[in-house]
Design a binder for this molecule. Structure first.
Ligand SMILES: *[C@@H]1O[C@H](CO)[C@@H](O)[C@H](O)[C@H]1NC(C)=O
Ligand SMILES: *[C@@H]1O[C@H](CO)[C@@H](O)[C@H](O)[C@H]1NC(C)=O
Ligand SMILES: *[C@@H]1O[C@H](CO)[C@@H](O)[C@H](O)[C@H]1NC(C)=O
Ligand SMILES: *[C@@H]1O[C@H](CO)[C@@H](O)[C@H](O)[C@H]1NC(C)=O
Ligand SMILES: *[C@@H]1O[C@H](CO)[C@@H](O)[C@H](O)[C@H]1NC(C)=O
Length: 322
C-alpha cells in the first residue's frame, strides 16, 4: 500500500479506472449463499459436452449440489448408465447473479472435479454478451495437467511473448475470431494446480485481478508457504502488490483491456467431453479409454471424483489504493 489511508480515499474518488493494489471486499459467498445468490443455468451445455445442466431443485433433490455452513459441493451424476440416445449425464452450472467489472476474486477450493472426460471450469463471462464482454478462464482443465489460464475477447488483442509471469504462455492471440478461438493461454507452472495433485494437497486458492491495466491470476496449493495471509485468512482487505509474480499475467500493452472487457458473471461448471476435453487427441493423450462419449455413457462410477468442494468465493470490488 503506497498511500496513507486518508489520501487513498481521496485518490480513489478521483481515479475512475482501477489500477490494482489494495481492494476491499464486496461479496462473500459461502455455503447457502450459492443457492440464494447464484443462478442454476438449466440448459444443454453451450460447449457441446455430454452433460445436461439441471435446475436448483433437481440438483438438491439428487444431491448433485449440497451446502453446509462452510461448504458447497457440486458434482455430476455418478449412478446412471446412459445410452447413446440419452441427452447427457446430469451436471451443474451456476453463475453469480451479480456481475463485476474491475475486481479481484479469490476462490478457496478443497477439491476440483478430476477424472477422464472431466472438464471443470471456474471462469467469468457475460452469457448474453459473449464475446464482446470478454472471458477469463481461471480454472479450465481436462485430463492433462497443469491448469490453463486464458482470455477470450471479441476483437484484436494480443499478449507480448515475454512477460512477468511464472507460467508458460502457449498462445498470445486472445481474439476469439482467430485460430479457432483458442484464446491466449498460459499454463500454470505446477501440476498441483490441477485435479489429482490439487486434490491430494487439499486444494488451494486461485485468485484473479482484473483492472484496466492488466489481468493477473495467482495460484497457491494448500500447503504452499508463499500463500499471502490476506488470501489464506479470507481477509476483508487484500493487497495484490504483495502477492508476488502471478502465474499468468496479461498486460494491456497490445490489448485495450478497458474496451474488450465489461461486467462479467462468475461461473462454475462441470462438463464432460465437450469442445476441448472431448477432442479425440486431447482425450487419448490423457491415457483415457474408449471414446469420450462411450466412456461417459457406460461408466457412471468413474465420475465419483468429478466434484467441486468450495470453501468460499470472495469478490473484492473497491479499490482503495494503487
Ligand atoms: C444474497 O442475497 C440476499 C437476499 O436474498 C442478500 O441479503 C445478500 O446480501 C446477498 N449476498 C450476496 C453476497 O450477494
Ligand atoms: C438470483 O437469480 C435467480 C434466478 O433468476 C433468482 O431465482 C434468485 O432469487 C436471485 N437471487 C437474488 C438474491 O436476487
Ligand atoms: C449429499 O452429499 C453430501 C456431500 O458429499 C454428503 O455429505 C451427504 O451425505 C449426501 N446426502 C445424501 C442424502 O446422500
Ligand atoms: C451482459 O451484457 C448485456 C449486453 O451488453 C448487458 O445488457 C447486461 O447488463 C450484461 N449482464 C450483466 C449481468 O452485466
Ligand atoms: C515481476 O513481478 C513481481 C511482482 O509484482 C515484481 O516483484 C518483480 O519485480 C517483477 N519483475 C520484473 C522483471 O518486472
Amino acid at each position: 500500500m503506497r498511500f496513507a489511508l486518508s489520501s487513498a480515499f481521496v485518490f480513489s474518488t478521483l481515479v475512475l479506472e482501477a489500477l490494482g493494489g489494495t481492494w476491499t471486499i464486496g461479496d462473500t459467498y459461502i455455503g447457502q449463499d450459492f443457492l440464494d445468490n447464484w443462478t442454476f443455468e438449466a440448459e444443454a451445455d453451450p460447449t457441446g459436452g455430454r452433460v445436461i445442466y439441471v435446475d436448483q431443485s433437481t440438483a438438491l433433490a439428487d444431491n448433485l449440489t449440497y451446502v453446509s455452513s462452510d461448504t458447497l459441493i457440486m458434482r455430476v451424476d455418478d449412478t446412471t448408465t446412459l445410452t447413446s440416445s440419452d441427452a447427457g449425464r446430469n451436471s451443474v452450472r451456476i453463475k453469480s447473479n451479480t456481475s463485476y467489472n474491475y475486481h479481484a476474486v479469490v476462490i478457496d477450493a478443497r477439491h476440483m472435479p478430476e477424472g477422464c472426460a472431466t472438464w471443470p471450469a471456474f471462469w467469468e463471462t457475460n452469457d448474453s454478451d459473449w464475446p464482446t464482454a470478454g472471458e477469463v478462464d481461471i480454472v479450465s482443465v481436462n485430463s492433462v495437467p497443469p491448469n490453463l489460464v486464458s482470455l477470450h475477447v471479441g476483437s484484436t488483442c494480443s499478449m507480448p511473448s515475454s512477460r512477468n509471469e511464472t507460467g508458460a504462455p502457449q498462445t498470445n492471440d486472445c481474439d476469439v475470431n482467430t485460430d479457432g478461438n483458442d484464446g491466449c493461454g498460459v499454463e500454470n507452472p505446477t501440476d498441483n494446480s490441477f485435479g489429482p495433485d490439487f486434490n491430494s494437497a487439499g486444494g488451494g486458492w486461485y485468485a484473479m485481478e482484473r483492472t484496466a491495466d492488466s489481468v493477473s491470476v495467482w495460484f497457491w496449493s494448500r500447503t504452499d508457504s508463499t500463500v499471502p495471509t490476506d488470501v489464506s485468512s479470507g481477509a476483508s482487505s487484500i493487497d495484490t502488490d504483495n502477492w508476488g509474480t502471478p502465474a499468468a499475467y496479461f498486460p494491456n500493452t497490445d490489448c485495450d483491456l478497458s474496451s474488450v472487457f465489461s461486467a462479467n458473471n462468475i461461473i462454475f461448471d462441470i462438463t464432460l467431453c465437450g469442445d476441448w476435453a472431448g477432442q479425440s487427441s486431447v482425450y487419448s493423450s490423457a491415457g483415457c479409454p474408449d471414446t469420450c462419449e462411450d466412456y461417459v455413457n457406460e461408466n457412471p462410477s468413474a465420475f465419483s471424483d468429478a466434484y467441486w468442494d468450495v470453501a468460499a468465493v470472495r469478490v473484492y470490488t473497491t479499490e482503495t489504493s494503487s
